[in-house]
Design a protein around this ligand. Structure first.
Ligand code: AMP
Length: 114
């Protein structure tokens, strides 16, 4: 897998507004937020897309959800609610090929548009 901008954020080669970090997961604010809260949650391991997740990485993927839960609470949006979204490949409009979960909230979201 070729290096993405998110690998550079992990290595602190480019800046990001980091809101959460542990040994395996990093989360930072999206540079082009779609809502008052828009955070990207990524594994520090390079996984290009959902299609590339290996069975032995199931626990790591679960930790993205636990990070989302934690950050939603930290941002004060857990009770009102939020959306978690992962885009995959061209039809899913994936732009950065390092697996990432969008955590979006802080306002009433509209229904899913296609
Ligand atoms: P996706 O379309 O799911 O691949 O989403 C990629 C997201 O990464 C977009 O929402 C971009 O705004 C965001 N993004 C791209 N570069 C950066 C960056 N340097 N720091 C933070 N977010 C970024």
């Amino acid at each position: 897998m070729s290096e993405t901008i998110f690998s550079k954020i992990i290595k602190r080669e480019i800046p990001a507004d980091i809101v959460y970090e542990n040994e395996e997961v990093l989360a930072f604010r999206d540079i082009s937020p779609k809502a008052p809260v828009h955070v990207l949650i990524i594994p520090k391991t390079e996984i290009a897309t959902v299609n590339d997740i290996q069975p032995e990485q199931a626990e790591l993927v679960g930790k993205l959800f636990l990070a989302a839960q934690h950050i939603a609470k930290q941002e004060g949006i857990a009770e009102d609610g939020y959306r978690l979204m992962i885009n995959c490949n061209q039809h899913g409009c994936q732009e950065v090929f390092h697996l990432h979960m969008h955590l979006i909230g802080g306002r009433q979201l509209r229904g899913m548009s296609t």
